[in-house]
Design a protein around this ligand. Structure first.
Ligand SMILES: CC(=O)SCCNC(=O)CCNC(=O)[C@H](O)C(C)(C)COP(=O)(O)OP(=O)(O)OC[C@H]1O[C@@H](n2cnc3c(N)ncnc32)[C@H](O)[C@@H]1OP(=O)(O)O
Ligand SMILES: O=C([O-])CC(=O)C(=O)O
Length: 373
């Protein structure tokens, strides 16, 4: 009998392809986008520049950036049937289902959706980048019974996103914290949703289908859905005094504590210090020392009891909360950012494609006779 082949459950630790888009290095606790440290990009560059960098491999020249900014601003408004498709969904729909549906309609509207020429895919990537803020902002507003706010082409990406969500111009420090979160969420190598996008692209399907599938993968609480789950945890805990008892009980039940742990980083997530610094500023701005105390106590408890560190979703949750985003909107915000990484990976996959189709080892019943009908 031949020996059973080894199984790599969850593909843990298995390299499946090359990528030149980002480098996650758990040994040095670093994340590079096209060679640049993510914390430097977050401190110094706009999200529009980072998107360009991920797609093209280099930062834009001033002329390229001007042209991209102009295109992005001109493509922000939703087509009537995209808006109708959102309106037709119950307000109780999960916002990730709303985003997934709207992206699907944008794809169906595109007469060149199936054209996988790199120029076409860059055009589609920029279109989705420009439209996602309107989808996310409008969905939060309609859940609150508020009317849609049209985009403003005198505001940059982050300012306009906050304008369309809240109907007022955000203070500078809020804009900065929001922009930083968009830069940090943009790309993270072969995470589950990006890998999903690449699997779909590998069949030579279209870019919109890859993105729709990736949104489905991101929704789960073990991946992007964790940023919402973090805020629900804080809601359950209630006050800083309850943290220790809550954690003891949760760990006794063998519950996973959302916003902690990572498949690749075992000594902390490279993005957490930058996001944490933004969170601290926002908690000061909105005067929520109680939330900071809860954050620190839970982090310390997880360190002591499990030696598990926070991931990016942990500081992102409270940051979005105090800015005024509903908890249900957090994962859609992740989509608006990760659209850059997903689409860069779709294009990279197509440039050197091989159908992604692993093997499974059968462990069901042996061949048997079909009983007579
Ligand atoms: C942006 C992002 O997508 S980052 C990830 C966001 N997801 C979360 O925050 C969800 C909570 N975290 C988790 O579920 C996990 O840490 C994952 C899914 C992210 C990574 O999981 P894996 O690499 O598969 O590690 P795995 O789940 O096997 O964990 C290893 C051990 O640590 C424990 N562990 C890992 N994360 C946690 C956690 N958050 N809470 C409690 N225990 C944990 C596991 O129970 C396991 O313990 P055991 O060996 O005693 O069974
Ligand atoms: O890399 C992962 O597995 C998850 C993650 O942090 C991300 O997608 O940003």
């Amino acid at each position: 009998m031949s020996e059973a082949p080894e199984i790599y459950k969850g593909l843990a630790g298995v390299p499946v392809d090359y990528t030149a888009i980002s480098r996650v290095n758990p040994d040095t606790n670093t994340l590079l986008y096209r060679g640049y440290p993510v914390q430097d990009l977050a401190a110094q560059r706009s999200f529009e520049e980072v998107a360009w960098l991920l797609w093209y491999g280099e930062l834009p020249t001033p002329e390229q950036l001007d042209a991209f900014v102009e295109t992005e601003r001109s493509e922000r408004a939703l087509a009537a049937n995209v808006r109708r498709s959102i309106d037709d969904l119950p307000v109780t729909s999960h916002p990730m289902d709303v985003v997934r549906t709207a992206v699907s309609v944008i794809g169906a509207n595109d007469p060149d959706a199936e054209d996988n020429d790199p120029e076409q895919n860059l055009r589609k990537s920029k279109l989705l980048f420009a439209q996602l803020p309107a989808i996310v902002a409008y969905d939060q507003r309609r859940r609150q019974g508020l009317p849609l706010i049209e985009p403003r082409d005198d505001l940059d990406y982050s300012r306009n996103f906050l304008w369309m969500t809240f109907g007022e111009e955000a203070p500078e420090d809020v804009v900065t914290a929001f922009r930083v979160s968009m830069v940090l969420y943009a790309e993270h190598s072969f995470n589950a949703s990006t890998f999903t996008a690449r699997v779909v692209a590998s069949t030579l399907s279209d870019l919109y289908s890859s993105v729709v599938a990736a949104i489905g993968a991101l929704k789960g609480p073990l991946h992007g859905g964790a940023n919402e789950a973090v805020m629900r945890t804080f809601g359950e805990i209630g006050t800083p005094d309850n943290v220790d008892a809550w954690l003891e009980d949760a760990l006794a039940r063998k519950a996973k504590i959302m916003g902690f742990g990572h498949r690749v980083y075992k000594n902390g997530d490279s993005r957490v210090p930058t996001m944490r610094a933004s969170m601290v500023k926002m908690l000061e701005h909105y005067d929520r020392p109680d939330l900071l105390e809860m954050y620190e106590k839970l982090e310390a408890g997880m360190g002591e009891k499990k030696n598990i560190k926070p991931n990016l979703d942990y500081p992102a949750g409270p940051t979005y909360h105090v800015m005024g985003f509903e908890t249900e909107t957090f994962t859609p915000l992740f989509v608006a950012s990760r659209i850059t990484g997903w689409t860069a990976h779709v294009m990279e996959q197509l440039a050197a494609n091989a159908l992604i189709r692993p093997l499974a080892v059968y462990n069901g019943v042996d061949q048997r006779e079909l009983p007579e009908a």
